[in-house]
Every structure is written in structure tokens, then in C-alpha cells.
Design a binder for this molecule. Structure first.
Ligand code: PHE
Length: 367
């Protein structure tokens, strides 16, 4: 629309013929683009080329030239409309009309994958499923009773200081055992499962846990654990050792060794920390195992009779003669492991923050 208006020097028949032949030629050669653009260009009400030219030429035309000019402009308009009709009927380029251009590369849709944490968690759970364990779950918003009291952490006991707890607001009016908090470990599901079900019990409990810890390269205030509980007649510490030794070999390779170090948890007695021989240096000593040859991986122990007593007290609210968890008849073991820590060791990841960043460059490596 920025083209200049052609000059018309004289209004005799010959000059008019020549001028309109040029315009008709312009219409003919410009007709192959988008029909709507073409229409606006020529026939637009205010800025259309036909209007601009006819305004300019008619304004300066002597009276006797107006009629032949008008006739010629009408012919030109017809030619424009014909060109428009031809353009509108012609099939457009495939790209603009939804046709398929089979020469273009296809669009690749990447399938989703499990998050690396979920993958490791599923791997751990699968090892125990193969041993006959089933999965149990529990709430993340938990009561003081299930998270602490029933697990032999009495109110105000210093053992609670080992798990810096996120408490829900507005709980002060409730009795201490009913106050809500974010569970600090998956162990409350031990209690919930035993209250709900008589022995034998073999469960694994994957889930999120929360602690008021400052985030750094190895800590996150929300992380994941897999808990295990086995209660039956004649369960001994050697069953615990054999089960966890098998699980560590299944997760890290049959070459790893395990060792059990004395430890303390209020709800197990005796308690132990399980270490595996360093998978990076095979025990020779390196930076990752702090030159000890061993990596500490999980906590475990034999279920403390005090825990069975709490469970029995709960079960007797429903059945006063319940004796299913009499420690003279049954024993059990429990264990708990951090999923992040295991995934970091499996994949040689040095910063826990990568798991939560959502950075595709990190996540894609697990596809
Ligand atoms: N719940 C403990 C923790 O979070 C781990 C544990 C589970 C220890 C079961 C012994 C038995 O530290």
C-alpha cells in the first residue's frame, strides 16, 4: 500500500489505454499471494490502491475525461475481482491449510519416566516384596501418640531432640497424645499396622517424612524413608541380619558386605546401625566413605517390648482380652532407611537438592 500513485500525464485515449494496461498487468502479476491481502491491497475502502488511484486521477481530470476514466476503472475493478476469485479457488500451500508435508521431520514425544527417588524407593520395596512383605502406608500429618509416644519417646524425653519436629499450630488445647505434627519418620506406621492386625506381620512402608532441618547438600526438610517391620513367633536378631544383608546385596550388588554397629532407638532393643562396605573403593578407603571403608546406611533393631505394650493397650480398647502382641509369645525386628541417601550412593549424586530442582538436565539422565 506504500506504492506510489502512477502519474497520468494526459487524458487522451492513447495515454489512458497505456496507463490501464500497466495497471491490469500489475493486477495480473500480483495475484498469486494470500487472497485476503490481495483484496485489501486493491479494494480496501480507504487505502485500497484502486480508490487511491481513481481519487487522484479523477480529481485532476478535465470534465470530458471523467466518463472514459470511470469506464476504465470499472473494468479494472472487474479484473481485480476475477483475479481474486481465481486466487480464492486455488488450493493453498500445504503448511497454511492443514495439509501434511511428509518431508518434515516428525515430532518426538518423550515418554515419562519415574523420578529417580521413586525408582529407588520402588527398588527397595520390590526387594522386600520378593521376601513376602506387603506395602503399608500411613498419614504424613500424624498424632504425637503414633509418631512418638507409642514408640517409647515419652513427652519431654530428650530422645525427641534427635528428630527436630514440625508441629501443627493450634494444638495446645488437645491432650498431648492427640496433638498433630508432620511425621518425622515412617515408624508410626509400625504402630498403626500392629493395632490393626495380629501377627504375623511383614510390611514395608515407603513414604515422605518431615523434619525441621536446614537444607544443605545432604539434608532436606522433606525426605523419604522405607520402613520395615517383621513380627512373628521366633523372630531373632539373626533373621534381622540375614534379611538386611540380603537386601543390601540385592540393592548394591552381591559383592557388598554388611556390618552391624551398636546404636540406640527408643523403640528397638537392641538397636544397630547397618553399614555396607564402600561401593566406591570396595573397602580400601576413599573420600566418600571418609577413609573408613564403610558407609552407614540404615537403622534397625529388635522391636522393644514397650512398643508391644503400647500396641496391646490400644488393641484392648476394642477387645479387652487381646493378647496378640504378648512379648512372651512373639518377637520382631524393624528397620528404617533413607531413600535419598541410598539413591545418592547408587548414582554418585553429591547434592540432595538435585532431586527436588526439577532440572530436566538432571532428570533426563535417568530416562
Ligand atoms: N525411624 C528411625 C529414624 O528415622 C529409623 C529406624 C526405623 C530405626 C526402624 C530402627 C528401626 O531414624
Amino acid at each position: 500500500m506504500n506504492e506510489t500513485i502512477p502519474q497520468l500525464r494526459s487524458y487522451d485515449e492513447l495515454s489512458l489505454d497505456a496507463a490501464f494496461v500497466t495497471l491490469a498487468e500489475e493486477v495480473r502479476t500480483a495475484g498469486s499471494g494470500d487472497p485476503e491481502t490481495f483484496r485489501l491491497h486493491w479494494l480496501g475502502r480507504k487505502q485500497g490502491r484502486l480508490k487511491l488511484i481513481s481519487d487522484a486521477w479523477l480529481k485532476s481530470a478535465p470534465a470530458e475525461a471523467r466518463k472514459p476514466l470511470g469506464i476504465r476503472f470499472n473494468q479494472l475493478k472487474q479484473q481485480i475481482e476475477e483475479a481474486l476469485a481465481v486466487a480464492a479457488a486455488a488450493p493453498s500451500a500445504p503448511a497454511t491449510k492443514g495439509g501434511i508435508d511428509i518431508s518434515l521431520p516428525g515430532s518426538v514425544r518423550a515418554p515419562g519416566i519415574p523420578h529417580p527417588l521413586l525408582k529407588t524407593m520402588n527398588e527397595i520395596v520390590a526387594v522386600f516384596h520378593h521376601l513376602g512383605y506387603s506395602t503399608a502406608l500411613g498419614p504424613q500429618v500424624e498424632s504425637d501418640f503414633y509418631n512418638f509416644e507409642a514408640l517409647n519417646f515419652p513427652p519431654n524425653h530428650p530422645a525427641r531432640d534427635t528428630q527436630d519436629t514440625l508441629l501443627l499450630a493450634g494444638q495446645q488445647a488437645k491432650p498431648s497424645r492427640d496433638r498433630l505434627l508432620m511425621r518425622t519418620h515412617t515408624s508410626p506406621v509400625q504402630i498403626r499396622s500392629m493395632v490393626a492386625q495380629a501377627p504375623p506381620i511383614r510390611i514395608v512402608v515407603p513414604g515422605k517424612v518431615h523434619r525441621n532441618d536446614a537444607a544443605d547438600t545432604t539434608h532436606s526438610p522433606i525426605f523419604h524413608q522405607v520402613e520395615g517391620l517383621c513380627v512373628d513367633t521366633n523372630i531373632t536378631f539373626s533373621d534381622l541380619k540375614g534379611t538386611l544383608d540380603h537386601a543390601m546385596k540385592a540393592l548394591f550388588g552381591s559383592g557388598v558386605k554388611t556390618r552391624f554397629f551398636p546404636s540406640f532407638f527408643p523403640f528397638t532393643e537392641p538397636s544397630a546401625d547397618v553399614q555396607i562396605s564402600c561401593i566406591f573403593c570396595s573397602g580400601a578407603g576413599c573420600r566418600r566413605c571418609k577413609h573408613s571403608g564403610w558407609i552407614e546406611l540404615l537403622g534397625c533393631g529388635m522391636v522393644d517390648p514397650t512398643v508391644f505394650a503400647s500396641v496391646t493397650a490400644e488393641r484392648r480398647k476394642l477387645n479387652p482380652s487381646d493378647d496378640a502382641y504378648n512379648p512372651a509369645k512373639i518377637t520382631g525386628f524393624a528397620f528404617g532407611m533413607g531413600v535419598e541417601r541410598i539413591a545418592m550412593i547408587q548414582h554418585g549424586i553429591s547434592d540432595i537438592g538435585h532431586f527436588y530442582s526439577g532440572d530436566m538436565r538432571f532428570l533426563e539422565q535417568f530416562a
